[in-house]
Design a binder for this molecule. Structure first.
Ligand SMILES: O=C(O)[C@]1(O)C[C@H](CCCOc2ccccc2)[C@@H](O)[C@H](O)C1
Length: 140
């Protein structure tokens, strides 16, 4: 059974509670349940942290044994060389996801330290981006 890590960065624990106009009104926990039902033959692991080091540790822990990583690093996308380095360091392929279309937002959101370390990037598709990322990784 393929193992995929879905990892969310800072403030994404607030999904469904704040800024529904940008990020939707569903909590990620509720959406994750639909993901599990969509991929019954895939072992999905969900991890969310507001702490960069915890995200790094999870990528290290999973990236040497898992089959793929779907990552929304939140604002760390735009600041963290370390997260990009971690994705490069592990064999598991990664797909970067952003719920919003970051290219239609403020300029500082247009650069990612992760994109060059990922197989691909999905932006602006809402929570469906996570499903699309998983679908791609299980196809490899
Ligand atoms: O569009 C995305 O998924 C982002 O990764 C979300 C980040 C923000 C995550 C905060 O998410 C919240 C969700 C609900 C309420 C408040 C924040 C933002 O900094 C990136 O530029 C794009």
């Amino acid at each position: 059974m393929k193992q995929i890590l879905v990892i969310n960065g800072p403030n994404l624990n607030l999904l469904g509670k704040r800024e529904p106009g940008i990020y939707g009104s569903q909590s990620f926990e509720a959406y994750f349940e639909t993901l599990q039902a969509t991929f019954p033959d895939v072992h999905l692991t969900y991890f969310q942290s507001n702490h960069e080091g915890a995200l790094l540790d999870k990528i290290h822990e999973f990236g040497f044994v898992g089959d793929g990583i779907v990552i929304n690093a939140g604002a760390y996308t735009h600041t963290s060389v370390a997260l990009g380095d971690a994705l490069s360091a592990v064999p598991a392929p990664a797909v970067e996801v952003h719920i919003s279309n970051v290219h239609a937002r403020e300029a500082f959101r247009h650069h990612s330290y992760l994109s060059a370390k990922c197989k691909g990037v999905i932006v602006g598709m809402g929570l469906m981006g996570y499903e699309l990322g998983i679908r791609y990784l299980v196809s490899l």
